[in-house]
Ligand binder design. Structure first.
Ligand code: DAK
Length: 259
């Protein structure tokens, strides 16, 4: 499938797929078509047996500077309701395979929210994260008040959302929003390294583990523990569990088959 605003490399490394946002002049502003293309590409990569981890990236200057303000400016509430962008965002959130955001430059508004939909974030030293919607008379609408608050705590989230101030990559790492900060030449390599490491594991175990961690956002502790337990038991129905444990005992590297 060919896309206008993204580039897809289905094997940037063995078992690792890459989606690159590609509207560089507009700092990868997320118009509806671009979001739809990300959704389509993720659906394809999620179904592809040869993919075990996915990376979403932009370019050195911008991951994404937010939703496309020029496209949104003239809309009214009913237009926004009818467009129902949330189904696209929800579909991205439902991706079963792990997604790593490789971020450099601006990750603002919807760009920051897109990163937070991913499972991990690797950033370059030049990355800046922010929810500046308040500067244009609105507020975050795709998780910015919720996921950010859970990640960095009330004080910092409130400051970012109410002042529109950006935080640096290092501040984001200290606050627990992102996983790693590396020099700008290395952020994509680092994300590939992380994705490749995950791709060596049992894909079924990875999927169940991802699902279980995400459950922690949606439920109380008891329900979450119950969910975790079920997934844990379920993995004992896989060949990968036997292979993983036997390989340990036999002092060899496991060969996981996704079965
Ligand atoms: N939308 C459209 N165009 C953008 C853009 C954006 N968000 N950000 C940058 N651009 C365009 C600029 O207009 C400029 O285009 P030309 O003038 O060259 O045609 C080009 O990209 C380069 O930008 P600048 O010339 O401004 O570059 P600077 O380095 O001077 O400044 C900047 C970079 C990132 C600080 C600045 O561009 C900026 O403040 N951008 C806007 C950041 C922002 O406010 N982002 C939040 C947007 S609101 C939803 C889901 C998500 C959302 C809403 C609903 N649903 C599911 C319902 C999200 C909302 C948002 O993200």
């Amino acid at each position: 499938m060919s896309y206008e605003f993204i580039l897809v490399n289905p094997q940037v490394a063995p078992f690792v797929g890459l989606i690159q946002l590609n509207r560089p002049k507009e700092l990868n502003a997320l118009n509806l078509q671009l979001m739809g293309e990300i959704k389509e590409a993720l659906l394809q990569l999620d179904e592809d047996e040869n993919i075990r981890a996915i990376i979403i990236t932009g370019n050195d200057r911008a991951f994404a500077a937010g939703a496309d303000i020029k496209q949104m400016a003239g809309r009214n509430a009913i237009d926004m309701l009818k467009i129902d962008q949330f189904s696209t965002w929800d579909s991205i959130r439902k991706t079963k395979k792990p997604i790593i955001a490789a971020v450099s430059g601006f990750a603002l508004g919807g760009g920051c929210e897109l990163c937070m939909l991913c499972d991990m974030i690797v950033a370059s030293e030049t990355a800046q994260f922010g929810q500046p919607e308040i500067n244009i008379g609105v507020m975050p609408g795709a998780g910015g008040t919720q996921r950010l608050t859970r990640a960095v705590g009330k004080a910092r989230a409130m400051e970012m959302v109410l002042t529109g101030n950006f935080i640096t990559a290092e501040e984001a790492r200290e606050a627990g929003l992102i996983n790693k900060v590396v020099p700008v030449q290395l952020y994509l390599d680092e994300a590939i390294k992380m994705a490749s490491k995950i791709a060596e594991k049992s894909p079924i175990a990875v999927q169940m583990a991802k699902e279980s961690v995400l459950k922690a956002f949606d439920t109380g502790l008891q329900e979450g523990l119950f969910f975790e337990r079920k997934n844990f038991y379920m993995l004992f129905a896989t060949e990968d569990q036997k292979e993983g444990m036997n390989a340990f005992i036999e002092k060899r590297k496991p060969e996981f088959k996704n079965k």
